[in-house]
Design a protein around this ligand. Structure first.
Ligand code: FAD
Length: 405
C-alpha cells in the first residue's frame, strides 16, 4: 500500500492529513511531529492563553478522535533528523527509520532569536509553542511589573495588548519608525499604534538594545540612544525563520523557505511542502511569497491533499491574516501598500471601518477593523478584479515573506 508521511504535526500537517482522507486517499497516512501534542492552533497563544482565558493547546486543529476515525497514525514527540530523498526514507532522532512513497513537509517556522551583549542575563521570552505560551503566561499572571517587548510586529503587539490588560507597564522597542512596516500601510498601522498608546503602551522608535545588566533582580536594558530601561520581563518578537534544514540537507531547492510550485510540489518528485515553511508563487505579490498565516496553512493543506489525490486545484484567493488586540479584530486581505490610494469606508459604529486600498479601479487590499463580516465579499470582489490582469509567476530567487511576528 502506498504511504504518505507528513513531517510536522501543526496547523498545515494536521489539516493535510485529514484532507487527504476526505479527498479519497486510500493509502497509509503517518503524521509525524516533534512536539508531544496533537496538532493545535497557535493563534490563541498570544491572546486568550496569555490572558488566562484559554488553556495552551486546548484549541486543536482536529478533535483527537478524528485521527483514529480516519486511520491516520500519529507519531508525536518524534523529531525527524534526516530525509533520504533518493531511497525515500526518513530517520528519526532516535535512529528509527520510516519509508515513504510521498512526503509532505509541514515543518513550520521558529521564532527568530536575538542576541546582544548580556542577553543571557535578560532571559528573554519567545513565543511560538504551547510550552512557550504556558511559561510566559505563568510569568505574567498573578503579579505586575514592567515588560519590554523587542519588536513591534504582530506577535509583539499581541503580547503587548495581553500584558497591558493584565496590568503590566509595557514598552515596545522597535527598530523602525512605525510598527508592522512590512505588512501594513502606515495609515492602518497607525490605527493600531494609537490604540496601544490609548491603553498606555509606550513605544521607543528607532530603538534597539545595546546591552543588558542585571540589577537587584531587575533587568537594565541599555538602548542605542544610551537611555536605559529597567524592566522585570523581556519578550523578543522579531519575526520567524522557516524550518527547512531537513529539506536543504535532502537536496530540495530552498530560498527563504522550501521552494514549491503552484501545486505545492518541491524540486524533488513526490515531495511537497506547505504552510509557514514553504515559499510558493503568489500572484498577489507578483512573486513567490512565504506567508505565515493560519489561512495559508489551511489553504495549502487542502490543496496538497487534492494534488496528491489527482484532483484539480486552484489557490489564488487573496492572502488573509487577522490579529486581535484589545477590543479590535483586524483583518488584512490582499496586499495593501503605501503606494495605493486609501479610502475609509465607515461601518455601523465608530470602531467599525475598512481601509480600502486601490490602484486605479482595482482594489489591491483592505484592512478591516471590527468588520470581519465584510471579508468574504471583499475577497471575492478583489479576485474578480484581478482575474483579468494577473499573470502567473514561477519560483525564483526573489522571495518575500508576510510574517506575523
Ligand atoms: P506550525 O503550526 O508551526 O507546525 C509545524 C510543526 O512542525 C511544529 O509542531 C514543529 O514542531 C514541527 N516540526 C518542525 N520540524 C520538525 C522535525 N524535524 N520533525 C518533526 N516535526 C517537526 N496566524 C493568523 O492568521 N492569525 C493570528 O492571529 C495568528 N496568531 C499567531 C500567534 C502565535 C503566537 C503564533 C506562533 C502564530 C500565529 N499565527 C497567526 C500564525 C499561524 O499559527 C501559523 O501560520 C501556522 O501555525 C502555520 O502552520 P504550519 O503547520 O506551517 O506550522
Amino acid at each position: 500500500m502506498e504511504r504518505t508521511v507528513i513531517i510536522g504535526a501543526g496547523q498545515a500537517g494536521g489539516r493535510a492529513a485529514v484532507a487527504l482522507r476526505a479527498n479519497g486517499y486510500g493509502g497509509e497516512i503517518i503524521l509525524v511531529g516533534q512536539e508531544a501534542r496533537a496538532p493545535y492552533e497557535r493563534p490563541p497563544l498570544s491572546k486568550e492563553v496569555l490572558l488566562g482565558a484559554a488553556q495552551a493547546g486546548a484549541a486543536l486543529v482536529n478533535p483527537e478522535s478524528v485521527y483514529h476515525e480516519n486511520s491516520i497514525e500519529l507519531r508525536l514527540d518524534m523529531p525527524v533528523r534526516w530525509i533520504n530523498s533518493a531511497t525515500r526514507e526518513l530517520t528519526f532522532m532516535d535512529g528509527d527509520r520510516l519509508g515513504f512513497q510521498r512526503l509532505i513537509l509541514a515543518t513550520g517556522a521558529r521564532a527568530r532569536r536575538l542576541e546582544w551583549p548580556g542577553s543571557e542575563a535578560a532571559k528573554p521570552y519567545y513565543l511560538r509553542t504551547c510550552d512557550d505560551a504556558e511559561v510566559l503566561r505563568r510569568t505574567l499572571s498573578g503579579r505586575q511589573g514592567d515588560i519590554a517587548i523587542i519588536g513591534g510586529g504582530f506577535i509583539g503587539l499581541e503580547v503587548a495588548a495581553s500584558a497591558r490588560q493584565l496590568g503590566w507597564t509595557v514598552t515596545v522597542i522597535e527598530l523602525g519608525q512605525q510598527c508592522l512596516e512590512r505588512v501594513l500601510p502606515s495609515a492602518s498601522a497607525r490605527v493600531l499604534v494609537d490604540l496601544h498608546e490609548r491603553h498606555g503602551t509606550r513605544f521607543r522608535w528607532g530603538a534597539s538594545v545595546k546591552e543588558t545588566k542585571e540589577t537587584n533582580s531587575r533587568i537594565r536594558l541599555l538602548l542605542n540612544d544610551d537611555e536605559s530601561l529597567n524592566v522585570d520581563v523581556v519578550v523578543v518578537g522579531i519575526g520567524s525563520e522557516p524550518n527547512m534544514k531537513l529539506a536543504e540537507a535532502a537536496g530540495l531547492e530552498c530560498g527563504n523557505g522550501i521552494l514549491v510550485d503552484d501545486q505545492c510540489r518541491t524540486s524533488v518528485s513526490d515531495i511537497y511542502a506547505i504552510g509557514d515553511a514553504a515559499i510558493a508563487p503568489n500572484r498577489w505579490f507578483g512573486k513567490p511569497a512565504r506567508l505565515e498565516s493560519w489561512e495559508n496553512a489551511e489553504r495549502q493543506a487542502e490543496q496538497v491533499a487534492r494534488v496528491i489525490c489527482g484532483l484539480p486545484t486552484t489557490n489564488d484567493a487573496p492572502p488573509w491574516f487577522w490579529t486581535d488586540q484589545f477590543d479590535r479584530n483586524v483583518q488584512i486581505v490582499g496586499v495593501p501598500t503605501d503606494e495605493d490610494q486609501m479610502t475609509v469606508e465607515p461601518g455601523k459604529t465608530p470602531d467599525q471601518y475598512v481601509h480600502l486600498y486601490s490602484r486605479g479601479d482595482v482594489i489591491t487590499g483592505a484592512v478591516l477593523f471590527n468588520s470581519g463580516r465584510r471579508r468574504r465579499a471583499l475577497s471575492r470582489q478583489m479576485s474578480e478584479m484581478r482575474d483579468a490582469a494577473a499573470a502567473p509567476c514561477s519560483p525564483a530567487e526573489s522571495v518575500d515573506s508576510m510574517e506575523i511576528n
